[in-house]
Design a protein around this ligand. Structure first.
Ligand code: PLP
Length: 418
């Protein structure tokens, strides 16, 4: 009997955690996004065509030239010199950190998995923004915590609602482990946590004894407004996650964890069983990119290009979206979060949108229960040209308008309540 048939006849052998996992809607849409007649606002990809070939070649050459090191196994914490480069990079956003207290990971995605692997037993409590990054929900759910969500507004996570949640959880609750937040240009919300709320969150973390996990992939992609200090710059107990994916190359799979030494030691143990070590080649190439090429100039190119695309999206939303819809106005990052009237189901509307040549990420994917957020959608503006973004929003507005007409008719007939 081959392995496939054996599996089909024995689904009861599968671990409980796998049966609870939901596939990423964005991954499922990947095939549709490749179609020539479809404009995709569903993904979250950086536009790596903006990287100068000469810089990429130089960084790759440095990794090839060091082949005795880069094609070999490395230490679990990663290449020390690369960790030192990352410590240099974060100094200008206010973080002072020693390279010995860094673990380099296979993208920030692995960092999310390792943090949950290190902290969570089944039934432990983790708090996130609601909605939050789908990949974080996927990573955490493998360790079976109870994920509680706190809504955000234009100033980031609502601290009044967080306090209410913490009161429900109780002060000395050993099940409460960490709070995961994306304070800059949140994925999927696009909102940024205000400095006051960052301070309040840190106070609450001490009062209620939980760890703050600060995930910051988009912090350098700010298109307007002033820089906000990361919480890690204000409090050494914060676990800070970074990545080169949005500043350089998502395909290289290099991220990092900056945390207190005791936490780093435990995460190191967790990582040994996952992959022994990350790609040394990728890490050396990343260090070369940030030390031997004018990466700040390239970053400015990313910022200018994404800003144009963001403006194209916001202008198109103003022009085409119906008055019943609302949306966030991100100052940076990759995403706008749009909310439709409660009776519009953005998930079931996706098939119609695809017929109209546009796709987006339905909002329910970003909640742990897969139910809330059904009338919302995440719209990405980092990848398509301004012209395509405008056209995509126009097509999407048509689809929404069809739905609204239907619902308006139902409401007028008294079949559903407004
Ligand atoms: C908020 C957030 N965290 C982590 C990641 C994972 O990034 P990486 O490519 O470094 O694994 C992403 C990717 O889109 C993200 O949006």
């Amino acid at each position: 009997m081959d392995a496939h048939i054996k599996f089909e006849t024995a689904p009861n052998k599968v671990a409980r955690r796998i049966t609870k996992m939901r596939p990423s809607a964005v991954r499922l849409l990947f095939a549709a996004a490749q179609r020539d007649d479809v404009i995709s606002l569903a993904g979250g990809m950086p536009d790596v065509s903006l990287l100068p070939k000469s810089a990429v070649r130089k960084a790759a050459k440095a990794a090839v030239d060091a082949q005795a090191v880069t094609l070999q196994y490395g230490g679990t914490n990663g290449v020390f010199d690369t960790a030192a480069v990352f410590c240099d990079i974060v100094r200008d956003i206010g973080i002072r950190h020693k390279p010995e207290n860094v673990i380099i990971t296979t993208g920030a995605q692995e960092a999310l998995d390792l943090v949950a692997k290190t902290f969570c037993d089944p039934g432990d409590i983790v708090i996130t923004e609601g909605p939050t990054y789908l990949g974080a929900l996927q990573a955490f759910s493998a360790y079976e915590p109870e994920i509680r969500t706190v809504p955000f507004d234009s100033q980031g996570m609502r601290m009044d609602l967080l306090e209410e949640e913490l009161e429900r959880i109780g002060k000395d609750n050993p099940r409460l482990k960490f709070l995961y937040t994306i304070p800059n240009f949140q994925n999927p919300g696009g909102v940024t946590m205000s400095p006051e709320r960052r301070k309040r969150l840190l106070e609450l973390s001490h009062e209620y004894d939980f760890v703050v996990v600060e995930d910051d992939p988009y912090g350098r992609l700010r298109y307007e407004g002033g820089h906000c200090l990361p919480m890690r710059a204000l409090d050494d107990s914060v676990i800070y996650l970074g990545t080169i994916s949005k500043m350089f190359a998502a395909g290289l799979r290099v991220g990092w964890i900056m945390a207190p030494p005791g936490v780093i030691a435990k995460i190191n143990l967790a990582k040994q069983g996952t992959d022994l070590c990350g790609s040394v080649f990728d890490q050396v190439m990343a260090a070369a990119y940030f030390t031997q090429t004018p990466w700040q100039n390239t970053l400015q190119k990313f910022v200018k290009t994404y800003d144009k695309r963001r403006r194209a999206m916001l202008d198109a939303l103003d022009e085409f979206f119906p008055p019943e819809a609302t949306w966030t106005r991100p100052e940076g990052g990759f995403f706008v979060w749009a909310t439709l009237p409660p009776y519009v189901d953005a998930n079931s509307m996706l098939a119609e949108a695809l017929d109209h040549g546009v796709i987006y990420a339905p909002g329910d994917s970003f909640f742990p229960d897969g139910v809330r957020g059904r009338n919302s959608m995440r719209l990405n503006f980092s990848y398509e040209s301004p012209e395509n973004i405008r056209e995509a929003v126009r097509r999407l507005a048509e689809v929404i308008e069809d739905r609204l007409e239907l619902y308006r008719a139902f409401i007028a007939a008294g079949a559903i309540k407004e």
